[in-house]
Design a protein around this ligand. Structure first.
Ligand code: NAI
Ligand code: MG
Length: 338
């Protein structure tokens, strides 16, 4: 098993070190190779993702990423030139974001109830493809377009994956989130696809929420959701709400998957490089460790993923909520528990 590791910037290297500690405890056979990408490399060399590095990354079984970004880099450079480029080049069409409220974790909701959702966001289409342009810039007549791209192929593969995941869970429930009443062209493609595939998965019950209603239900009644499938933009937004109600950015894990297995999938905490706390040793590495769990599951080692998740669950249920988190101590505890 060959793992490419991109520690990145800010707290990225700090949390990745702990993720690798836990990974080493359960899977000592995995060989990790570090890659220097991110704001620091761009500052030093002007390079974002050289073709030669991309080719090397393709030769690995998976990628673990910390976070990239720094206040000194103008917005959009790393997002488009590195993160989105990786997603598109490696065909990461499924963005997997579980949101589970662990015992012992305080939700900002007064009565959260049980929350255990698996959000599946399309990763390579929608309004994120760069399909647009600007005319008459900086004039009163400026025109800007950002066209959402939805293909039958792209929608089918992500919806099929969502059905498969729903089928493997106890509740077997899948909700499509969209805005089919207003975005009727793309909305129709998404809802027809769900309808058609539902005949192949008769055991899975299907529901639908408009995205604005979903934003409300994520706060008022998150327990109604099991597996969710949605487009790139809606998924970006609602998964942040899901993360917030299940304990926040320090716990939110994600995977960017090429389900076909042609390209390596990439696993990363949802949070960024947190320059405000970088170097102080207080970043919570749990989101990265949970991402390592997703990675192990994806690489066909579910028994090891279970160990990692159980270690996190135990640690969270026994944490003193008032104590300051020390990054390396959390990693040590999780590695010992796993
Ligand atoms: P951020 O997620 O880095 O930080 C938001 C807030 O959450 C900060 O107060 C931070 O201290 C806190 N936080 C984040 N991770 C934490 C952790 N593990 N433990 C405890 N507290 C944590 O988002 P922000 O500030 O908007 O972005 C900072 C930089 O990160 C920017 O350059 C941005 O572009 C980049 N970024 C990179 C991402 C990636 O690499 N996938 C994703 C999001 C942002
Ligand atoms: Mg986001």
């Amino acid at each position: 098993m060959r793992l490419a590791v991109v520690p990145g910037d800010g707290i990225g290297p700090e949390v990745v070190a702990e993720g690798l500690k836990v990974l080493g405890a359960v899977a000592p056979d995995i060989e990790a190779t570090p890659y220097d990408l991110g704001a620091a490399r761009w500052q030093r060399t002007g390079e974002l993702l050289p073709d030669s590095v991309l080719e090397e990354l393709r030769g690995h079984d998976a990628i673990l990423l910390g976070a990239v970004g720094d206040p000194s880099v103008p917005a959009g450079i790393l997002e488009r030139g590195l993160l989105l480029k990786l997603r598109f080049e490696l065909d990461h069409h499924v963005n997997l974001r579980p949101a589970r409220l662990f015992d012992g974790v305080r939700s900002p909701l007064a009565e959260p109830g049980a929350i255990d959702m698996l959000c599946i966001r399309e990763g390579t289409e929608g309004p994120y493809v760069g399909n647009g342009g600007v005319l008459r810039r900086d004039t009163p007549h400026e025109v800007a377009t950002e066209v959402s791209l939805n293909t039958a192929f792209g929608v089918e593969r992500v919806v099929r994956y969502a059905f498969e995941r729903a089928l493997a869970r106890p509740r077997r429930h899948l909700t499509l989130i969209h805005k089919t009443n207003v975005l009727t062209h793309a909305g129709s493609l998404w809802s027809r696809t769900v309808e058609e595939l539902s005949t192949e998965f008769p055991e899975v019950t299907v529901a639908y929420s408009h995205v604005d209603a979903a934003a409300m239900y994520f706060i008022t009644d998150p327990g109604r959701y099991d597996v969710i499938v949605t487009d790139n933009l809606f998924g970006d937004i609602v998964t942040d709400v899901a993360a917030a109600v299940t304990g926040g950015i320090g716990l939110a894990a994600s995977g960017n998957l090429d389900v076909s297995g042609t390209n390596p999938s990439m696993f990363e905490p949802v949070h960024g490089s947190a320059p405000d706390i970088a170097g102080t040793g207080v970043a919570d590495p749990t989101a990265t460790v949970l991402s390592v769990g997703l990675l192990l599951d994806h690489l066909g080692r579910p028994e090891l993923a279970k160990k990692v998740n159980a270690a996190v669950a135990f640690d969270l249920s026994t944490r003193d909520p008032k104590a300051t988190i020390r990054t390396t101590e959390v990693g040590d505890r999780l590695a010992a528990l796993a």
